[in-house]
Design a protein. Sequence first.
Length: 281
Amino acid sequence: MDKRTIDILDAGYRPRATLWDPVRGQSILDEAVVTTAERAHLDSAGIVVNDFVTWEHDELVDRARAAARTLDLRGACAAFVAGVGGSARRGLPVLDGYTWCAKLPDHSYQTVPELRACGVCGATQSNTVDRTVLRLRFWQGQPWSNLIGAVVNLEEWRTLPPATPTAQDRLVFEALLDALAAAAPTLSPSGAVKLLGQAKVIPKSNAGLRYRILEALADTGVLPQTSIGLRTEQWVDAVDQSRAWSTLGRSHRSDVPLPLAAWNGAHGVDRRRAIELFAHC
């Protein structure tokens, strides 16, 4: 997406600008607020607003497994570094999408009452999403951390050129790891977000973007913890993720997911893991 497309969609999909569609049970972009010139630009870019799809659980699993076969961990890590550094922000969410799909087992819907969703993947029986709003968030560097988000993410990514990190991207990434490695033992994930912001390590970032970067580093084990296994190595069921999170003693209002929720400054940075995953980038 070019900058103008992102600006048009971002304005249209802001919460106060959207409409509620009671039939879909979803918020939609109010097409009446899109000007003639903006409509022409979106049409020329091939953008369809309110591009809703509904995938039943088993189809979603099939699509996720197929999408994962179009990418490997090496490519996902390279895209992530380019996203962190800023030369290709769209690459940042790719690692999250790969983490969700790469080790996902083939399975049918297995309901778990405590989740009101599948205990394996966390998806519901029927899943509806506006692909355009998700694609917008991906181009802004934001992952959408659930299975349907991962599918939309990787299905678009496979149509785009691979992201190759620049030398500056790699410097930013190393500075990020250095800042986290030098952090105080009591540093929490939210404290790490503030630390990185104050140090201005990541160019043109906000708190939300920095959180997503930390989540990906925890997902891959670069920010280590001992509470839950890593989906980059072996699939961890959604119900096990949920139960492990409940043992951490965090506020019910906390939205920091595992494995990041189990990390703090005392765990430091796993440099060996970082080299294993990112040295080639």
